[in-house]
Design a binder for this molecule. Structure first.
Ligand SMILES: Nc1ncnc2c1ncn2[C@@H]1O[C@H](COP(=O)(O)OP(=O)(O)OP(=O)(O)O)[C@@H](O)[C@H]1O
Ligand SMILES: [Mg+2]
Length: 463
C-alpha cells in the first residue's frame, strides 16, 4: 500500500479525534498532526465544550489537556468513562507530573503525553491509539460481513469485556513478552493466541501450537526438543522438535498445566537460556521464540499443590490475558448466534432467524462450555431444525425449559449428586453412546477434546 492509499483507507474508516485544549496553538498543532494521520479533527476550548460536541457527533478519540479553566482533562476522562466508555482518551499532562499520568492510566486513559511534547511523540501516540481503534472498528465491520470468512482473528463481540480484550490483545501483540492466557474452556483462548501472533511483528514467522495435554507423556521431550540420530531405537534420523520449528516466531503452549513436572523444568531452562538440547544430543541449539501459553486450570492452586513450578509460572506470566466466561458478557450472545448462523448456513442454507423465545433461552442459559458450547448448539439446531426460523424445540433439552431452581427439580436428598459425579456420568455416557468417538463426544458436550481426554484420564486413575 502506498502511503497515500493508507491515508485514504483510514479516512474511509472515518475515525474522529476531538482535541480539547484552551491553548489555540496546541489545538492547531494537534489538528495538523492528527490530520496528517488521516483522522478527522474537532476542536474544543474547554471540557464543557468538548462534552457538548460529543453529544452532537460521534468521536472515537479524545486528546485532552489536563489543565483547562474550570474542569480539566481528568474530569473529562471521568465523565467519558461513564457516558462514552468506547472512546479512547489521551491526556496531555504538564512536564514532570508522573503521578497524574499514572492516575490517568489507572482511570482508563489510553495513554498520556507530557507537555511540552515533540511532534514525533504526538504522532506516535496518536498512531498507536488509531491502531487500537481500528482493531475494534475492524471487528465490527467484519462481524457484519462475516459470511464464512474468518473475521479478525475470528473473535466476535462488542461488549466492553470484548473491547478491552481486543485492545489488550493488540497491545501485547506489539511486544515479545511472554503472555499467559487464562479462561474457562471454550472462551476463545486459542483464537486470542493466534491473534497475538498474526497482529504482531512476527506474523511472517511460524506459529506453532503445542497441545501439552495431547502429547504422549513418554514422547513429550522428543516432541518438544527433537532428537538426534540414534537417540533411541528407531531414531533412524534426527528430528526437529516443536520448539525449534517455532524459531523466530511464536510457540503456543496450550493446556500448559498438563505438562509433567520434569518437562516443566526442561522447558523453563530452554526459555531462560534460549537454547535447547535435543534428546540424545550433546550440543545445545540456540533458539529464540516468543511464548504464549494458555490454560483453563487454576494455576495458583496447581502451584500450591506442587503440580506446577512457580519459576515457570513467573517466566510465562509476564502479561496475563483473562478471558471472561460467556455468562459474564451475555450481551454478545445475539451477535455470536448470528455469526454462527451465517457460518453454518453456508453449507445448509436453511435457518435465517431465531424466534424471540429461543433467543431468550439462549440469553438466559449459563453456558458452562462458553462460546464453543453456543457454537455447537447453533450448528446442531441448523442441522436438526425444519424451517427458516430456529425455535426453542430445536435447542437441546437442557435449554428448552427456563432454568428452574435446582432444589425444586430434584426428588429428594437421595437424588442429589455432587456436580463432579454428574459431570462424570455425562461424559462417560456420551463416550459410550457415541461408540468411543471422543472428538464428537467433546463437541456435543461443549468441551474441548483436551479437557475430555484429561477427565477420562482422571476417571481411569480413580478406577
Ligand atoms: N469471541 C469469539 N468469537 C467467535 N468465536 C469464538 C469466540 N470465542 C470462542 N469462539 C469459538 O469457540 C470455539 C472454542 O474456542 P477456543 O478453541 O479458542 O477456546 P479455548 O478457550 O481454547 O477452549 P479450551 O480451553 O477448551 O481449549 C472455537 O470454535 C472458536 O472459534
Ligand atoms: Mg484451547
Amino acid at each position: 500500500m502506498v502511503p497515500g492509499d493508507e491515508k485514504e483507507a483510514r479516512e474511509a474508516n472515518g475515525l474522529v479525534v476531538l482535541v480539547a485544549d484552551d491553548d489555540p496553538a496546541v489545538c492547531n498543532i494537534c489538528r495538523e498532526v492528527a490530520g496528517s494521520l488521516g483522522l478527522r479533527v474537532r476542536l474544543a476550548g474547554s471540557t464543557e465544550e468538548a462534552l457538548e460536541k460529543m453529544e452532537q457527533q460521534r468521536v472515537d478519540l479524545v486528546l485532552a489537556d489536563l489543565r483547562m479553566p474550570s474542569a480539566g482533562g481528568m474530569e473529562l476522562l471521568d465523565r467519558l468513562k461513564q457516558t462514552h466508555p468506547q472512546v479512547e482518551v489521551i491526556l496531555m499532562t504538564g512536564y514532570g507530573s508522573v503521578e497524574t499520568a499514572v492516575e490517568a492510566i489507572k482511570k482508563g486513559a489510553y495513554d498520556y503525553l507530557a507537555k511540552p511534547f515533540h511532534l514525533d511523540d504526538l504522532r506516535a501516540k496518536l498512531q498507536h491509539a488509531v491502531n487500537a481503534l481500528e482493531l475494534t472498528h475492524e471487528n465490527v465491520i467484519l462481524r457484519e460481513q462475516a459470511r464464512g470468512r474468518p473475521g479478525f482473528g475470528g473473535l466476535v463481540g462488542t461488549s466492553p469485556k470484548m473491547q478491552r480484550l481486543y485492545k489488550l490483545t493488540l497491545k501485547v501483540s506489539q511486544s515479545r513478552h511472554p503472555v499467559l492466557i487464562v479462561g474457562e474452556s471454550g472462551t476463545g483462548k486459542e483464537l486470542v493466541a493466534r491473534s497475538i501472533h498474526f497482529l504482531g511483528p512476527l506474523k511472517e514467522k511460524p506459529f506453532v501450537p503445542v497441545d501439552c495435554a495431547g502429547l504422549v507423556p513418554t514422547l513429550i521431550e522428543s516432541e518438544l526438543f527433537g532428537y538426534v540420530k540414534g537417540a533411541f531405537t528407531g531414531a533412524m534420523r534426527a528430528k526437529q522438535g516443536l520448539v525449534e520449528m517455532a524459531r523466530g516466531g511464536t510457540l503456543f503452549l496450550d493446556e500448559i498445566a498438563e505438562l509433567p513436572p520434569d518437562l516443566q523444568g526442561k522447558l523453563l531452562r530452554a526459555l531462560q537460556e534460549k537454547e535447547i538440547k535435543p534428546v540424545g544430543g550433546t550440543q545445545r541449539v540456540p533458539i529464540v521464540v516468543r511464548v504464549v501459553a494458555a490454560t483453563n486450570r487454576d494455576l495458583d492452586q496447581a502451584m500450591q499443590e506442587g503440580r506446577f513450578r512457580k519459576d515457570l509460572y513467573y517466566r510465562l506470566n509476564v502479561v496475563t490475558l483473562k478471558l471472561a466466561p460467556l455468562r459474564e458478557h451475555r450481551s454478545d450472545i445475539p451477535l455470536l448466534v448470528n455469526y454462527f448462523l451465517e457460518r453454518y448456513n453456508d453449507t445448509h442454507r436453511r435457518v435465517r432467524s431465531v424466534s424471540e423465545e429461543a433467543m431468550a433461552r439462549l440469553m438466559s442459559y449459563d453456558w458452562p462450555g462458553n462460546v464453543r458450547e453456543l457454537e455447537n448448539v447453533i450448528e446442531r439446531a441448523i442441522a436438526l431444525g425444519s424451517g427458516p426460523v430456529l425455535h426453542t424445540v430445536d435447542l437441546p433439552s437442557n435449554l428448552q425449559t427456563p432454568a428452574a431452581p435446582a432444589a425444586a427439580a430434584l426428588p429428594g436428598r437421595e437424588g442429589i449428586l455432587p456436580l463432579r459425579e454428574l459431570e462424570k456420568r455425562a461424559i462417560l455416557q456420551a463416550v459410550q453412546e457415541l461408540g468411543g468417538d471422543k472428538l464428537l463426544a467433546a463437541r456435543l458436550l461443549g468441551i474441548g477434546k483436551t479437557t475430555l481426554y484429561r477427565k477420562l484420564k482422571e476417571y481411569e486413575l480413580e478406577a
